[in-house]
Design a protein. Structure first.
Lengths: 160, 784
């Protein structure tokens, strides 16, 4: 039995019939073709599937698509505006925070949720916000530096 | 200082924006019309004879398109090294570990494929299994492969000099043993593949691999398709670290099912399957004796190794050789003896992982050096400096250190960490430790015996002369090779980085052995440089002819052309270029001829302009058995100092600071070099303190998830002070060499030496959990 859900994805209204056991990450990737959200473990361990659901960073493999009914979802594809990278994306590019890139969408979205709540986070606050997003390539250092940089740009403390 | 315009900078990666926006496609992101979903049936038991396989029920399930077993796949044996082909696509007579592949299903949905697996009935006759590498080689142990009695998969015996005599001549001989644990590479992207077999009989695999070339060869062999009809395309890869260096049953199953059904077939491993497939770090047991003189001079090293290989060989022969050969440096030794063997056990096969074969034995050796230094009352830094090799030295096992900034690395971390003010002066519970290591810049020989080029590269100019398209089979897996190649091409052609586009990871583009043994910067880099030089030379030739000047006076830099350092008389070329491109937005201007105009002229005279380059190493190594393993055109090296805090009440360890200096030759891209250094240290920290793949008494993995198998998070990893030490490697393109694996070699022993400094307890088994350290502290206090 499928159910109809209505939600907003990256600012666009979406209406779809989904199986009740379909997860949000499957819905985004398989049904909507938004493959920027990555599937790394399916158990909520790695954070690669992180999206922002009603302002909060969540593992989309642990959310059912029907639970997102009526919600607003932001995926990595919805971050750049008018072809211009979001300051977080730009900082990840400039600071060498990206290697294989598989954790990157989730990292950026976790960072975005953090900065909405705390525009001027400490290093420990950044590291804590990322602690559910695993990265095996970078050792996290350049990711933390990039988020710190983006925070400064976004809060107007530094020119982009 | 140097005159480089593109190299040696901190250029953002060429693929960064695609990855930051979600546009970068990984294998699991591909979807094709009519695509089927495949799944593999894996053995639930560790050792059993297969009596019967019944797939009839699975075949009848609606939506199932095909089911294959060894009957359809055949019994062609494959593996990594032709000397030990011990696998077939599917098990036929028996299964050898929990996870051994038995059958594969293709269906119209993933759910149906999974359901079909549950309908396949396999009758097993369980037989005794052996899971411990020491038990496996004892008399009467269950035999895993008939061809390898005693479960000895490979053994190595090497001696250089007279080790026993040398040890006898020493003032002091110190012994140490060390045991690490089986690790998982824990790349975040699970293996995934889409296979497309077309009507022309051609098979294309889009697969998450480090080695498109080897996958192409293996799949062609096992599926009996002419190798020219197999194309392997590596999309973006979410990390490899070694285990993605060989063809997988996943790739072969997809290929076979696509060949049979005529439809695209996709399969992605679950995280649990990644653990079951494994091919990651072995468990190593090391036993060593180091002989020294009272003044700290190292004389001789005796080294023994036992490796737990799991059920198949994978890279194992090379691994067991590396555990010996990579101790030949970076310290001068007069004699070295190595005896190692790799045992088969009824567990997933181990293979190559970052620092292949060298990491555990390096950890043992570097601890042993500290133990020895303490006994003779010498500072560990001084003891290492006293014995250090320098550029031009040859190890006792004939590895040629054509460049080696090891001494500079040690001095850099001593300074960078303020060692002299800390060593021996820290409060109780705080410790500081150091270690060194080195690694190959590309294996000296291919995995199969061949005179093949290790890398070839094609650079093709766009018709307007504005873009150099670089075609290579090399594998960008996150390490930054696409960016490094673009930078080498841009530097050589004398054009800005943004004017180079890289197309990589496709066996149709060029020959490249792939991303393993830290080889691409040096090897693909050489081929790239040669291709760019070839192209540059062709353009210069056409220009010289057109302008009636000497070719030797033509130079390209920053996208412009100079003739004996002057603008030259190029008006005719510019006028015609502008005329040809009327209405375009980016007409050439300025007082010099642009590269674009020069390349366009060359196109008009000679058609599509192509430069090609190739590379294979010169003959390397000694003539003894196994001399090939460990050889390389160049060696990168690293020294690290780690500072820890230990809670003496609980054994809890916090790594406070890490200082790392790495000699990578010329740093092509400094940001990428630091990234490799920091990532290596993170993996080493995890292996030292947390990581262990655990099994139950029946050979089942107990922790096949990233929640239970713990890798470092952002809260576990301190910031690393990363110091790039640059030497000029004569065998490297522009003097460059590796960083990706050498940087992990010192991490574990540096942490262990720091823990000893903090506690007085020498831990000889990984991982150093707080429980293990606590128990060791209790034991020490009891004895004291």
């Amino acid at each position: 039995m499928k159910k109809i859900i209505r939600l907003t994805v990256n600012g666009e209204p979406v209406e779809a019939a989904v199986a009740q056991n379909q997860t949000l990450v499957q819905f985004l990737r398989e049904d909507l073709g938004l493959t920027g959200t990555k599937h790394g473990c399916g158990l909520g361990d790695c954070g690669a599937c992180t999206v922002i659901l009603d302002g909060k960073a969540v593992n989309s493999c642990l959310v059912l698509a029907i639970q997102a009914n009526g919600s607003e979802v932001l995926t990595i594809e919805g971050l750049a505006e008018n072809g211009k990278l979001h300051p977080l994306q730009q900082a990840f590019v400039d600071k060498g925070a990206i290697q294989c890139g598989f954790c990157t969408p989730g990292m950026i979205l976790s960072a975005k949720a953090l900065l909405e709540e705390k525009p001027n986070p400490t290093e420990l606050e950044i590291r804590t916000a990322l602690s559910g997003n695993l990265c095996r390539c970078t050792g996290y250092q350049k990711i933390v530096e990039a988020i710190d940089d983006a925070a400064k740009v976004m809060s107007g403390r530094e020119e982009s | 200082m140097n005159d480089f315009r593109v190299l040696n900078t901190r250029a953002p990666r060429v693929d960064a924006a695609a990855k930051a926006t979600g546009q970068a496609k990984y294998a699991d992101d591909f979807k094709m019309p009519g695509m089927l979903y495949a799944a593999i049936l894996q053995s639930p038991v560790a050792h059993a004879r297969i009596l019967h396989i019944d797939t009839s029920k699975a075949k009848k399930l609606a939506g199932v398109e095909n089911v294959v077993t060894s009957k359809e796949a055949g019994l062609i044996r494959y593996g990594v090294s032709p000397a030990r082909y011990d696998e077939t696509i599917f098990a036929h007579d028996k299964v050898r570990y929990v996870g051994d592949e038995i059958a594969a299903v293709a269906a119209t949905s993933m759910e149906i494929a999974q359901e079909a697996l549950s309908l396949i009935k396999v009758d097993y006759e369980e037989i005794p299994a052996v899971f411990d590498m020491f038990e496996a080689t004892k008399d009467g142990a269950p035999q895993i492969h008939d061809e390898f009695p005693g479960n000895i998969n490979a053994e190595v015996h090497q001696e250089f000099g007279d080790t026993e005599a040398a040890l006898k001549s020493c003032d002091l001989v110190v012994d140490h043993t060390f045991l690490n644990k089986r690790q998982d590479a824990a790349f975040i992207e699970p293996h995934s593949c889409v296979a497309v077999f077309d009507h022309a009989g051609k098979l294309t695999l889009y697969t998450s691999t480090q080695v498109p070339h080897y996958v192409m060869r293996t799949v062609a062999m096992t599926l009996q398709i002419p190798v020219g009809n197999v194309r392997v395309i590596k999309p973006y890869v979410g990390g490899g670290f070694g285990p993605k260096c060989e063809a997988t049953p996943l790739e072969m199953s997809c290929g076979l099912l696509s060949k049979i059904t005529g439809k695209p077939v996709k399969m992605t491993y679950s995280r649990e399957q990644v653990f079951l497939h494994s091919r990651a770090r072995h468990q190593f047991y090391a036993e060593m004796s180091l002989g020294v003189m009272n003044d700290g001079t190292m004389v001789a090293l005796k080294n023994k190794a036992v490796l737990d290989g799991g059920a198949y060989t994978s890279f194992g022969i090379a691994t067991v050789y590396y555990s010996g050969s990579l101790l030949g440096g970076p310290y001068k030794l007069k004699a070295m003896k190595y005896d190692g063997h790799r045992a088969y056990t009824n567990k997933p096969a181990c293979g190559a992982q970052r620092g292949h074969g060298g990491v555990a034995h390096r950890a043992c050796f570097e601890q042993l050096i500290d133990m020895t230094a303490e006994k003779i009352g010498m500072d560990p830094v001084e003891m290492r400096l006293k014995n250090i090799m320098t550029a031009g030295d040859m190890t006792v096992n004939e590895l040629d250190m054509s460049s080696l900034g090891m001494k500079e690395c040690i001095e850099a971390i001593r300074e960078g960490s303020d060692w002299n003010n800390k060593k021996g002066k820290l409060p109780k519970g705080k410790g500081i430790g150091m270690a060194c290591g080195f690694f190959v810049s590309g294996a000296g020989y291919p995995i199969y015996r061949s005179d093949t080029y290790h890398s070839t590269v094609v650079i093709k100019m766009s018709e307007d002369g504005g873009v150099a398209n670089l075609l290579t089979g090399s594998a960008e897996i996150g390490q930054g090779s696409d960016t490094a190649m673009a930078m080498i091409a841009a530097e050589t052609l004398g054009i800005p980085l943004e004017n180079v586009r890289v197309y990589s990871g496709d066996t149709d583009y060029s020959v490249d052995l792939g991303a393993y043994s830290s080889r691409q910067t040096l090897m693909t880099g050489h081929a790239t440089k040669e291709a760019a030089e070839d192209l540059r030379d062709k353009i210069a030739g056409f220009l010289a002819e057109e302008m009636n000047v000497e070719k030797s006076g033509i130079t390209f830099v920053d996208g412009i052309v100079k003739f004996d350092d002057a603008p030259g008389n190029f008006e005719k070329i510019r006028t015609s270029y502008i005329k040809e491109h009327r209405g375009w937005t980016d007409q050439p201007s300025g007082e010099f001829l642009t590269f674009r105009e020069a390349a366009r002229l060359a196109f008009l005279k000679g058609g599509t302009l192509v430069g090609t380059g190739k590379y294979k190493p010169h003959r390397l190594g000694g003539s003894y058995k196994g001399a090939a393993v460990g050889t390389s055109p160049a060696y990168g090296c690293s020294a690290q100092i780690v500072e820890v805090s230990v809670d003496l009440e609980t054994g809890q360890i916090t790594v406070d600071k890490m200082t790392d200096a790495h000699d990578c030759g010329l740093a092509i891209n400094k940001m990428s070099v630091e990234g490799q250094m920091q990532g290596s240290l993170s993996m080493g920290l995890g292996e030292c303190l947390f990581e262990e793949v655990k099994f139950d008494s029946r050979g089942r993995v107990l922790n096949p998830s990233l929640g239970e198998y713990k890798i470092p998070t952002a809260l576990d990893m301190p910031n690393v002070r990363s110091i790039i030490v640059e030497s000029n490697e004569p065998n490297g393109p522009y003097g460059a060499k590796e960083v990706g694996e050498g940087a992990i070699m010192p991490t574990i022993p540096a942490i262990l030496n720091a823990i000893y400094d903090a506690t007085g307890v020498r831990i000889n088994e990984l991982p150093v959990t707080s429980e293990k350290l606590f128990m060791a502290l209790v034991e020490k206090n009891r004895i004291v």
